[in-house]
Design a protein around this ligand. Sequence first.
Ligand code: 5GP
Length: 143
Amino acid sequence: MSNHPETIFDKILAGEIPCHRVYEDDQVLAFLDIGPLSSGHTLVIPKERKAQLDQLSDDAAAAIGRVMPRLCRAVMKATGATAYNVLQNNGASAHQAVMHVHFHIIPRLGPDGLGIRWNPSSLNGDDAADLVRAITEALAQDG
Ligand code: 5GP
């Protein structure tokens, strides 16, 4: 199950440190973020102990996917938000601080919420063809 050193989320899962729990089932725990970007900022984690999303089992991923829409609806209803971001960081250079898979549900409440710098380039046709080939080959070799 484990492919990384213990994190603070293991301690939360083990009940060794407290959290403000909003949801739990046999595969998933959701609780309020201790440093919220906006009121209602919620973290959703698998009980399976994996650092990054690409390492998660299909079963654990499905368990999270099953409950995410319901959790998003509940956070929106509780906060009055009509917009929100779901954020999922993988790797330190992608801003992941806690190396246990987690999804952020971040309500957008006026100016409060996730700050985004979006720097698009333009998709080049040759690059796109190469990428589609490489990704589809990788998919075919995986599982
Ligand atoms: P990341 O940057 O890894 O995607 O986000 C990690 C999140 O975990 C941060 O938003 C941070 O506030 C939250 N966090 C870190 N330690 C704790 C903790 O002990 N309890 C709770 N509830 N959240 C935590």
